[in-house]
Design a protein around this ligand. Structure first.
Ligand code: GUN
Ligand code: FE
Length: 467
């Protein structure tokens, strides 16, 4: 049993970020939160909780506990290409950077090295749950699930399906192959974690342009048979949208292509969703499918600015995705900033001297973006009853954030004073708890994430972490 002592912050609703300065969270041996107290004097601590006298105590100093981040869309095999995109846009980026790299995951040694590295990397940024695209390769995809399970990171792991408009060296030669290999990965992932408490399979048609209608339909049928999650891309780039119109002339829209294949379910995660029509958004909402907003990628590949505020107003369920390596960072904290930035670009439209209009309503607040990163993401991956906030009965998926100052002399990385100085966020002593959270959001990074837990298990820590 462990008592987590000290300030904690979490999102209660989209609008409300709750910060408790004198917090105490009690977590049992199964990683389940048994009590949450918001105003406890430290002197009372042990006396107050009967049966918890011999619990471990983990204290957040000069910082706070925050729910683990949920990355609702990323590509683990693209990790080596992080930061490489030049001036490409989606379709030439795929041909230039992505397909050559993904095809090399026929090498299990390479897959092992890169997947191990990427899971460590995402954990170090406080990502406790991650929806991963892998590659076409069954063996490497299963290995990614093994690694997530061993490291204790919650994950959805998907074998990528693509049976057309892909290079000869990297394509499913038939619908049967795509479906059979997907089934093999589903069976494997369920064999290593029958309860699905850490790793779960996810059916992964790459996107409509790289799948024939029979392939999409085969995967839709497989989803019905297996009751598995589904992930894909939708309406990311205008050339891609034109291509979908050409390839599926009888479909009413890009979204309808998925609808016709029975791929729009409450367990479907649609990444990007930038250029959707009102009818498409309505259809997605009716089907209960979810959206992964990937703002860093959308700007890097100049795909567009997703009007997230409107989508939220329409009642869609939205989380954040890093979309590595369309996105150039494995950090959901970075994505929080980009979500806020993108919302400001939407708000500014194309302001000129003669039309200086500002649509303030389009802006996301810090609290709203943090909600998407945690509770919103939890709903996207079907874990809204289990993670995303600190409540009795939920599981303890959390990160300990520590703030401080760069010491005047010496090691920016390693400094660790009594109050936990170190890391990139300079505090001057005047900050309220709310202001500390704001400073973390805008100027923090992985150096502030000193420890990470999933279901109460310590899955990452830095030298600054002192239990
Ligand atoms: N659309 C199809 N494949 C991909 C991919 O790997 N990344 C992104 N961002 N979009 C895609
Ligand atoms: Fe993607």
């Amino acid at each position: 049993k462990t008592i987590y002592l000290g300030p904690f912050a979490h999102c209660v609703t989209l609008a409300e970020l709750e910060i408790c300065e004198k917090g105490v969270i009690g977590v049992d041996e199964q990683g389940v939160i048994r009590f949450v107290e918001k105003e406890v004097e430290i002197e009372d601590l042990r006396a107050k909780f009967e049966g918890w006298e011999d619990a471990n105590v983990v204290e957040a100093r000069n910082g706070f506990f925050f729910p683990g981040f949920i990355d609702t869309h990323t590509h683990a095999p693209q990790h080596p290409n992080t930061g490489l995109f030049g001036k490409t846009t989606l379709l030439d980026w795929l041909d230039t950077y992505t397909f050559p790299l993904e095809s090399s995951f026929s090498s299990i040694d390479k897959a092992s090295r890169i997947y191990t590295n990427f899971v460590s990397r995402t954990l170090s940024h406080g990502t406790t749950t991650c929806a991963y695209f892998a590659t076409r390769h069954v063996e490497a995809t299963n290995l990614l699930a093994d690694i997530c399970l061993a490291r204790g990171q919650r994950a959805l792991v998907g074998r990528v399906c693509m049976d057309r408009l892909s290079p000869d060296y990297y394509r499913d030669e038939s619908v049967e192959r795509a479906v059979r290999d997907s089934q093999a990965c589903i069976d494997y992932v369920r064999s290593i974690d029958a309860a699905g408490s850490i790793v779960r399979p996810i059916i992964t048609p790459r996107f409509a342009p790289s799948c024939t209608a029979p392939c999409l339909a085969g995967l839709g049928k497989l989803a019905q048979e297996t009751d598995a999650f589904i992930q894909t891309h939708v309406s990311e780039n205008t050339s891609e949208c034109e291509l979908v119109k050409e390839l599926f002339p009888d479909s009413a829209s890009y979204t309808h292509v998925y609808e016709e294949a029975a791929l729009l379910t409450p367990k479907t995660i649609l990444a990007h969703a930038i250029h959707l029509s009102p009818e498409e958004r309505k259809l997605i909402k009716e089907r209960g499918s979810k959206i992964s907003h990937c703002p860093a990628s959308n700007t890097a590949l100049t795909s567009g600015c997703c009007p997230v505020r409107e989508l939220l107003n329409e009642g869609l369920t939205i989380g954040l995705g890093t979309d590595v390596s369309g996105g150039f960072s494995p950090s959901i904290l970075e994505e929080v900033r980009h979500a806020i930035w993108t919302s400001r670009f939407v708000a500014m439209g194309t302001p000129t001297a003669s039309t200086p209009t500002l649509n303030n309503a389009a802006k996301l607040s810090t609290a709203e973006a943090l909600y998407l990163a945690t509770r919103g993401g939890a709903a996207v991956v079907g874990l809204e009853d289990q993670v995303g906030g600190f409540e009795v009965g939920k599981q303890f998926d959390a990160q300990m954030i520590q703030l401080g100052s760069v010491p005047e002399e010496g090691d920016r990385e390693g400094a660790f004073g009594e109050e936990g100085a170190g890391g990139p966020v300079d505090l001057f002593g005047f900050e309220s708890a709310e202001e500390k959270v704001e400073k973390w959001v805008y100027s923090g990074d992985d150096r502030n994430c000193v420890a990470v837990w999933v279901r109460g298990r310590l899955v990452h820590k830095t030298a600054r972490y002192k239990a």
